[in-house]
Write a protein that binds this ligand. Structure first.
Ligand SMILES: Nc1ncnc2c1ncn2[C@@H]1O[C@H](COP(=O)(O)OP(=O)(O)O)[C@@H](O)[C@H]1O
Ligand SMILES: [Mg+2]
Length: 322
């Protein structure tokens, strides 16, 4: 299976008022294969959403893609004209935004909101055709056709989230980006929705980029996981390896910040300290202040890429191979 998306050396800056730059995404590379579900995890502020917006080329000032390539279907979308990007956006790559379920228009019936999407993308102007298509999309996410007559507030939170996912699938994208899609919902509902998406993924054959800070949820649903810290992917591995044999101390800490899936009660070690201030990046490793395995090199040299079977990590003193 080929690469659907390849990101090479992507850097994204936020240009600050005084002409300074905050590099929110720093030289990030990863790729997503057809049918794969890739997870991007990391604490709040590490650059996950910035990557997601960049992949759709929906980043807006003060964000600026300063370097790198985003290759979709063989073409780099970074230098593309907006016209060409529009042909790919939603049809090749679609996205469910963070808190998208709150973006449904409260005073417009769901049927009308679906119709607007079909009109906007020039799929159909015919209400009957649009209704049939909307019913099909809703059926994908387990919502009965008659609920098209409802207003968003008549849906439960979980249903609103499902409806937004159905809308993102309207053009049958090859890659669906889910940016913390279910964090506002309780865990049982979250799992139900994710299961539904993963069943659909098999049926409709799309790939997924799943963004969350909840690494236990991610390990359940993703094949490969990239762990982000302060604008960098510091480790990438299969979810199996991330779970049982993380190499980067940050991955280890993040993994232990959440209760395990089996629900056994254990002490959550978490990670001491707070995420790095991107205005004050130290010499050496970015995680040095919070790490329990620092050695001399961590304070003098930036760690280089160490390649593993399924991925890579950046660490001078990694946890041992288990
Ligand atoms: N509108 C903005 N203006 C300036 N800096 C921003 C803006 N949005 C995000 N950033 C910077 O980018 C970093 C990454 O943000 P974001 O991609 O939203 O992280 P995440 O999705 O992982 O929580 C933040 O820590 C902040 O420094
Ligand atoms: Mg975010």
């Amino acid at each position: 299976m080929g690469d659907l998306l390849t990101v090479k050396g992507l850097s994204v800056d936020y240009v600050t008022a005084k002409g300074g730059h905050v590099r929110a995404v720093d030289n990030v590379s990863f790729s997503i294969q057809e049918g794969q579900s890739y997870g991007l995890a990391g604490e709040s502020g590490c650059g996950k959403s910035t990557i997601a917006y960049s992949l759709m080329r929906l980043h807006r000032p003060p964000a600026l893609i300063s370097d790198g390539q985003i290759i979709v279907g063989g073409n780099d979308i970074v230098p593309m004209t907006e016209d060409r990007v529009q042909q790919l956006r939603w049809s090749e790559i679609a996205m469910v935004f963070q808190s998208a379920m709150n973006c449904l228009n409260p005073v417009v019936k769901m049927e009308e909101q679906f119709f607007e999407i079909f009109k906007y993308h020039k799929i159909t102007n015919n209400k009957t055709v649009a209704r049939k298509k909307s019913e099909e999309l809703l059926s994908f996410v387990g919502i009965p056709a008659e609920r098209l007559k409802d207003y968003p507030h008549q849906y439960s939170g979980g249903m609103r989230q499902r409806a937004v996912i159905a809308m993102a699938l309207a053009l049958r994208p090859k890659l669906l980006i889910l940016d913390e899609p279910t964090t506002a919902l309780d865990t049982v509902v979250q799992r139900d929705i994710l299961r539904c998406i993963y069943d659909l993924k098999k049926e409709l054959k799309f790939s997924i980029l799943f963004i969350t800070h909840d690494i236990s949820l991610m390990m359940e649903f993703c094949d490969t996981i990239g762990i982000m810290y302060a604008g960098k992917i510091v480790e990438q591995a299969s979810s199996e390896k991330i779970l049982h044999n993380p190499r980067h101390p940050y991955t280890y800490g993040l993994k232990n910040s959440f209760p395990s899936l089996k629900g056994e009660v254990k002490y959550m070690e978490g990670i001491p300290g707070t995420p790095l201030d991107l205005n004050a990046i130290p010499v050496g490793c970015r995680f040095q202040d919070r790490c329990f395995r620092t050695c001399k090199d961590c304070f003098t040299k930036e760690p280089e890429n160490s390649t593993t079977n399924e991925g890579f990590f950046y660490c001078h003193n990694p946890l041992e191979v288990g």
